[in-house]
Design a binder for this molecule. Structure first.
Ligand SMILES: Cc1cc2nc3c(=O)[nH]c(=O)nc-3n(C[C@H](O)[C@H](O)[C@H](O)COP(=O)(O)OP(=O)(O)OC[C@H]3O[C@@H](n4cnc5c(N)ncnc54)[C@H](O)[C@@H]3O)c2cc1C
Length: 303
């Protein structure tokens, strides 16, 4: 299967309960113009990237969460420990018990996604966010649908704002036509909403009943679904990126650009910048210090 489908048409709709007003393309803010971009399945791209990395000799250990940050005596990060396996429901070791493994490194890059388990601990312990605004979060719910081929238009990208959200709640939707008669449809709600009765999941279900959206999905079949937190604070909420022995990368640091709904590019780019800084440091015989070249390279980069 191809990894990507070029964007052929951008639409931005303001929804009311029954109506949809399209913003003319010339009036569309640049952040919603996706010409020259591609619709991709991130799962396929990361699978492909993993194969490239393994071919270069990189070892990948899927299925083992990093459960704990390890520190050297001088306070620098020593690496991570994976979780213990084979713990029973009662919290006691079963006959399958296996102690977690310690992975030591000269530099450890943390890239756990939004509100990462270890990233958050590092943030608190090392006060990485003390000079930044607090992070704010949204939730993104996404479904993959197989739709009627007659309604499918590979490369069509639709974003919406407005209904079903009230004007005091930020959020919106995306609907991307990828290949194989599939569309990826999703809804993002900012988690600072004040209405205690609002349920992001129910709002997503309502959104799909709108005539402008329903027309694509009717007769189709939902193939898979998921949800994930997103950081939305942007540059103002970026913590200090480096600390002795490690760095935060991608959404773990909060690099997602919420206005553009672009986080994969930022995650890839910051991963590259941090890796280059670590490579140079290791080549120079350094270990467990601060990779200051990474935040400097970020400031110089397109990102
Ligand atoms: C609904 C939705 C739609 C989006 N649409 C777009 C879009 O159209 N374009 C775009 O550019 N971006 C989009 N984004 C944002 C984009 O998905 C993220 O910004 C991007 O995936 C961040 O990459 P990352 O590698 O930093 O984190 P992630 O992609 O979250 O990857 C982190 C990985 O680490 C694993 N992990 C976490 N903790 C541990 C641990 N302790 N040990 C081991 N593994 C761990 C997680 O399981 C996960 O696989 C969207 C996000 C959402 C939620």
């Amino acid at each position: 299967a191809p990894l990507d489908v070029p964007v052929t048409e951008d639409k931005f709709l303001f929804l009311s309960e029954t109506g949809a007003k399209a913003v003319p393309n010339w009036a569309l803010p640049d952040n919603f113009k996706n010409h020259g971009n591609y619709v991709i399945s991130l799962a396929n791209v990361t699978r492909w990237l993993g194969q490239q990395a393994e071919a270069l000799g990189v070892e990948i250990f899927p299925g083992f969460p990093a459960a704990e940050v390890l520190y050297n005596d001088d306070g620098s990060v020593k690496g991570v420990a994976t979780g213990n396996m084979g713990i029973g429901k009662d919290g006691e070791p079963t006959e399958n018990f296996q102690l977690g493994m310690e992975l030591h490194a000269k530099y450890t890059l943390f890239c756990e996604g939004a509100r990462g388990h270890l990233g958050r601990q590092l943030n608190e312990k090392l006060k990485l966010g003390k000079d930044a605004d607090p992070q704010v979060y949204g939730i993104g719910i996404k479904e993959l649908w197989e739709i009627d081929p007659a309604k499918h238009q590979p490369g069509l990208v639709i974003h919406t704002a407005g209904w079903p959200l009230e004007s005091d709640t930020y959020g919106g939707s995306f609907l991307y036509h990828i290949d194989n008669n599939q569309v990826m449809v999703g809804f993002v709600v900012g988690l600072a909403y004040t209405n205690p009765y609002l349920s992001p999941f129910e709002e997503f279900q309502r959104y799909k009943t709108h005539p402008a959206i329903r027309k694509y999905l009717e007769g189709g079949k939902r193939v898979s679904y998921g949800a994930r937190a997103m950081t939305a604070g942007g540059l103002m909420s970026l913590p200090k990126l480096v600390f002795p022995g490690g760095a935060l990368v991608g959404d773990d640091a909060g690099f997602l650009n919420a206005a553009r709904i672009k986080g994969s590019h930022a995650a890839i780019k910051t991963g590259m910048l941090a890796a280059e800084a670590a490579f140079d440091a290791v080549q120079a015989g350094r270990t467990s210090d601060e990779l200051t070249a990474y935040p400097e390279a970020f400031k110089q980069s397109w990102l």
